[in-house]
Write a protein that binds this ligand. Structure first.
Ligand SMILES: Cc1ncc(C[n+]2csc(CCOP(=O)(O)OP(=O)(O)O)c2C)c(N)n1
Ligand SMILES: [Mg+2]
Length: 583
């Protein structure tokens, strides 16, 4: 075995796993390894904040299917990774979080930048590797890299900082194979049986379809069954939107066509989706989840099978391989859905047409608050603005979306023809996700237009990373929905707290001016007619290496709330608070 230092072992293991980019903020804890990055061919991308680095690793991983790697100083640098790691966990992103720790001889003494780093990440990682002896650096680093891909989620590589130094005998591990099979024979047989009997099958295409590279297989199966396909919540890129069987996303601010069709299903094939609770809640007043349908769920994580929704058949397998295996099994048998496909094609087309017409006419919100604030406003209606963006969107764009009212409403206006195009803040739902995430995606795929949709509140949390774009020549576009409020939360105060506004109004600087001061481009967009052109200009500027912030002025209208399900009308018992009993 060759002799090397643990720093060399770490860097060589990254190289053997094809890692070419690492996001982070410089720190003495790992400087000995960092010093080797340029020679190893690894680009280090310094960020403004470690949370940004974590989200960039996430975006990088999501668009490329490769590892996103981030590293930081022990203690505060590492704790700054927590939110981004939790977000990556729920986005199923293969992120490797490298966390140098207090030196092994000082741990427990309360020295500088000390905190126990394993418990902090224990619930938001798929695996935690702790280098308990410098000789095991490469072995444990390799395991973290392999398990991030195998288990589809973040792993932590925790390294006492004195363990970067020394001399070890070491073999550099090669990547383990990560291919998954289609699932157990019996489960696939049972699923094929149900599908063959189905008269109104509907497919839910989840993130697993994207992650497995299975869109073509899902398409072939859907076409064979003439089954409408809905996207699972925030995975609008799991099935091509220009396909006649595509019916749009389920979930919050999703497609009524998709919801109405799945409500009719006798068999649902949930392909590569955990059927998360938030993604299947009633929306638009429609309680669409089919209570009497038989549900087949395919997920590569056995713990997800039947967890949220009861199922008839669970297939623990890869979405792509399972779709192919099911298609193969159905090809040689009598399939009920092939006898009524013409009839269903009409139903599908009619549902889509009705929803498109409704959406086209839905230019602004109709509730009392929205009508009031929009009445004499010169600002744009958010929905009309979102339609303009949709129409101007370059065909191969990557779009990330934040958490907020307008970002949520954008769900109906984001359609993609290819996978790995939409990077929403998934179930962790943290404001400040979209901008750093699209920066990471752009590093992985610099030739594609990269666009972040961000509310002005969330923008305040994340705009600092403009500096990373400028310093590192990573050109992206941020569309900032400037409505002067933390709108999504204000909506709750409108609906549940008699408009007692507390902490929801925002005073903003000129976001365009701020962008310019930071070395980027900034455009103020105040009229509908300017929206498409501004987006095109910003995407063109990306080709010239320029980042642009579009400061888009919209009214304070608010779409349906996030959590109608989770809020209650106020009930006060103490006399001094009684006056707030009014909803
Ligand atoms: C990190 C974090 N803090 C707080 C929240 C609670 N929250 C959810 S949506 C929202 C408002 C978002 O406002 P903005 O970004 O301006 O978008 P808008 O709703 O106005 O479109 C807040 C504060 C959150 N989701 N994440
Ligand atoms: Mg806002």
């Amino acid at each position: 075995m060759p002799k090397m230092t643990p720093s060399e072992a770490l860097v060589e293991t990254l190289v053997s796993h094809a890692v070419t980019d690492v996001f982070g903020i410089v720190g003495s804890a790992y400087m000995d390894a960092l010093d080797l990055f340029p020679t190893a061919g690894i680009r280090f991308i310094p960020t403004v904040h470690e949370q940004g680095a974590g989200h960039m690793a996430d975006g990088y991983a999501r668009v490329s299917g490769r590892h996103g790697v981030c590293i930081a100083q022990n203690g505060p640098g590492v704790t700054n990774f927590v939110t981004a790691t939790a977000a990556a966990f729920w986005a199923h992103s293969p992120v490797v979080v490298i966390t140098p720790e207090t030196g092994s001889l000082g741990m427990g003494l309360g020295g500088f930048q000390e905190t126990d780093q394993l418990p902090i990440f224990s619930k938001i990682t798929k695996y935690q590797g702790h280098v308990n002896n410098p000789a095991r650096m490469a072995e444990i680093a390799g395991r973290c890299l392999d398990l991030a891909l195998l288990e589809r989620g973040p792993t932590q590589l925790n390294i006492p900082r004195d363990y970067f130094y020394g001399e070890i005998d070491c073999t550099i591990p090669r990547p383990q194979p990560t291919a998954r099979g289609p699932g157990a024979e019996e489960s696939l047989d049972a699923a094929a049986e149900l599908l063959s009997e189905a008269k109104f099958p509907v497919i839910v295409a989840g993130g697993g379809v994207i992650m497995s590279g299975g869109v073509e297989e899902a398409k072939a199966l859907a076409e064979y069954l003439s089954a409408p396909v809905v996207n699972s919540y925030l995975h609008n890129d799991s099935f091509p939107a220009d396909h006649p069987l595509w019916c749009g996303p389920l979930g919050y601010q999703g497609s009524k066509a998709g919801m109405k069709l799945i409500a009719e299903a006798d068999v649902v094939l949930a392909l590569g989706t955990r059927l998360g609770p938030f993604g299947t809640l009633p929306q638009h007043g429609l309680d669409y989840w089919p209570k009497n349908a038989r549900i087949i769920q395919v997920d590569s994580d056995p713990r997800m099978l039947g967890l949220v929704r009861s199922i008839s058949v669970g297939v623990c397998g890869d979405a792509k391989a399972a779709a192919r295996a099911l298609h193969h099994r159905l090809a040689n048998r009598d399939v009920a859905a092939r006898r009524n496909s013409a009839e269903r094609a009409k139903i599908i087309a009619a549902a889509k047409k009705a929803w498109e017409e409704e959406l086209a006419g839905w230019t602004h919100e109709q509730d009392a608050w929205s009508l009031e604030v929009a009445k004499d406003s010169k600002r744009m209606h958010p929905r009309q603005m979102l339609r303009e963006l949709e129409q101007a969107m370059p065909r191969n764009a990557m779009v990330s979306t934040d958490i907020g009212n307008i970002c949520s409403v954008s769900n109906s206006y984001l359609r993609f023809e290819r996978p790995n195009s939409m990077f929403a803040a998934m179930s962790f739902g943290n404001c400040g996700y979209a901008f750093p995430t699209i920066i990471g995606a752009k590093v992985a795929q610099p030739q594609r237009p990269a666009i972040a949709y961000v509310g002005d509140g969330a923008w305040g949390m994340s705009f600092g990373e403009i500096l990373t774009c400028v310093r590192e020549n990573i050109a992206v576009t941020a569309v900032v929905f400037n409505n002067g409020q933390w709108g999504a939360e204000k909506k709750n105060q409108v609906d549940f707290y008699a408009r007692r506004f507390e902490g929801v109004n925002l005073q903003n600087p000129s976001w365009a001016g701020l962008a310019k001061a930071m070395g980027a481009e900034g455009i103020e967009v105040t009229h509908l007619g300017e929206v498409g052109e501004a987006l095109q200009r910003a995407c063109d500027a990306q080709k010239a290496g320029r980042t642009t912030v579009l400061d888009v002025h919209v009214t304070q209208e608010l779409g349906d709330p996030f959590r109608r399900d989770a809020l209650k009308k106020p009930k006060r018992l103490l006399e001094k608070y009684r006056h707030t009993n009014v909803a």
